[in-house]
Design a protein around this ligand. Structure first.
Ligand SMILES: *Cc1c(COP(=O)(O)O)cnc(C)c1O
Length: 352
C-alpha cells in the first residue's frame, strides 16, 4: 500500500554534509523535481535524554516544528507532491494538528485548502488553521462525523488526507531516519509512539524497514503503540487476537490528537506492531493528567496527547530492561492547547 515502485537510497557520507532538515535524506524521499518541494527547512529535531522512573530514555522533540507538531514531516512531502501535480485546491480533515500543518504548507505553496475539523477541537488549533488563510469547516459531533463531511466535499476537490495519502507516510518515516542517524546509525531496541490513525507509527515502521533493507541498520526495533483508554480500538483489538472489532466503547479523552474510533489503516497498524514483536498499551485520563503535570514541572510544555505517549512509556518501562535503548517522542506543542490545559487547574488550590 505504501509501495511507490521506487528504491530509497542512503549515502551516509553525503547525508552528514547536508543541512539538518528532513530533506538531507533526499534520495529516500519520493519527490521527482526539486522545484516542487515545499519546505520550512523542517526536521532533524533534537533527540534528548529524559529520565523516567530511573530509566534513561530518548525523546525526540517533535513539538518543535513550524506548525507546532510532527505533522509537518508528512505535510511537507504530501504538499510537495500535490504541488508537483499542479493541483491548486485541496480538502483535508483532521482533529487539529494535521489540518494546521497542511494549511501552513498550502499557504507556503499558494494552494487553496479547506480544512474540516471537529468543532470541539482546541480553539488554538482552529485559530491557527484560519490564520494561515485556510477555509475552516468546523463540524459538530464526533471525529467520525467530520470524516463523513469531508468525504462529501472531496467529491470534486483533491483529498489531501494525512491518514490515506502514502506521501504523508513517506514524510513521517523521516522520524525513524533521524532517530537512527542521531544514535550514530543504529536502531533503538524499542520505539514507543502514540497511535490514532497511526501516521507516525506506520511512518516509523516504513522508515526503519527501509533502513533495514538498505543494510544501514541491523535490526527492526520493537514498536509499542500508545492509545488513551477512553478511545482505544487498537489496544482492545490487541487483546482480542489482533483483530479489529467495531463495538468499542468510546469516552471523551484529553488526548484529542489520538481519539480516533475507526482508524482507516487499523489492521496495518496492528500488523506492524505485532510483527515487530511489540505491543499496544492504553493509558487512563488520570495517567495522562499526572504525566502532563510531571512533564510541565520538568520544563516540558506539550499538549495532552503528548503526555499520553509518555504515560505509555511509563507503563512499558515496567516490562523493559534498563539496558534497552528506548526512544519516544513529544508530538505537539503545549501552546496549541493552552485553553484546555488551563482548565486542569483546580481553582480552589491553584494547583494543576
Ligand atoms: C496526529 C497526532 C498524533 C498521532 O496521531 P495519528 O492519528 O496516529 O497519526 C499524536 N500526537 C499529536 C499531538 C498529534 O497531532
Amino acid at each position: 500500500m505504501f509501495d511507490l515502485d521506487w528504491i530509497p537510497r542512503f549515502d551516509l557520507q553525503a547525508i552528514a554534509q547536508r543541512p539538518p532538515t528532513i530533506w538531507r535524506y533526499r534520495e529516500a524521499l519520493p519527490i521527482d523535481n526539486e522545484e516542487s518541494i515545499i519546505s520550512f527547512d523542517e526536521g532533524f529535531t533534537p533527540l534528548s535524554r529524559l529520565v523516567i522512573d530511573d530509566h534513561e530514555i530518548w525523546v525526540k522533540q517533535d513539538h518543535l516544528f513550524a506548525s507546532g507538531s510532527y505533522k509537518d514531516r508528512g505535510a511537507s512531502l504530501m504538499i510537495s507532491k500535490v504541488n508537483s501535480l499542479g493541483i491548486d485546491h485541496v480538502v483535508e480533515d483532521s482533529s487539529g494538528n494535521a489540518g494546521a500543518a497542511v494549511a501552513a504548507y498550502c499557504a507556503r505553496a499558494g494552494i487553496a485548502c479547506d480544512i474540516y475539523a471537529p468543532a470541539s477541537t482546541s480553539a488554538g488549533k482552529l485559530t491557527q488553521i484560519r490564520w494561515y488563510g485556510a477555509q475552516l469547516c468546523p463540524i459538530p459531533g464526533s471525529r467520525a462525523d467530520t470524516s463523513t463531511a469531508v468525504m462529501r466535499a472531496a467529491d470534486g476537490i483533491y483529498y489531501a488526507s494525512h491518514s490515506w495519502n502514502p506521501y504523508f507516510f513517506h514524510g513521517t518515516k523521516t522520524w525513524a531516519f533521524e532517530v537512527c542517524e542521531q544514535l550514530s546509525w543504529r536502531a533503538p531496541d524499542v520505539a514507543i509512539l502514540p497511535v490514532g490513525n497511526g501516521t507516525l507509527l506506520l511512518g516509523a515502521a516504513i522508515g526503519f524497514s527501509e533502513l533495514l533493507t538498505a543494510g544501514v541498520i541491523k535490526q527492526m526495533p520493537r514498536l509499542i503503540g500508545v492509545q488513551a483508554l477512553g478511545c482505544a480500538p487498537l489496544y482492545q483489538a490487541s487483546l482480542r487476537g489482533w483483530q479489529i472489532t467495531t463495538d468499542v466503547a468510546v469516552l471523551s479523552t484529553l488526548a484529542e490528537g489520538i481519539a480516533i474510533t475507526q482508524p482507516i489503516r487499523g489492521q496495518q497498524i496492528l500488523d506492524a506492531v505485532r510483527k515487530s514483536g511489540g505491543a499496544m498499551v492504553a493509558v487512563s485520563e488520570e495517567e495522562i493528567h499526572d504525566t502532563l503535570r510531571w512533564l510541565g514541572h520538568q520544563g516540558w510544555y506539550v499538549e495532552p496527547t503528548s503526555a499520553a505517549t509518555i504515560a505509555g512509556v511509563r507503563q512499558a518501562l515496567r516490562h523493559l530492561d534498563k539496558d534497552q535503548i528506548v526512544v519516544s517522542t513529544l508530538t505537539g506543542h503545549g501552546l496549541k492547547s493552552t485553553g484546555k490545559i488551563g482548565h486542569l487547574f483546580d481553582d480552589a488550590s491553584g494547583e494543576a
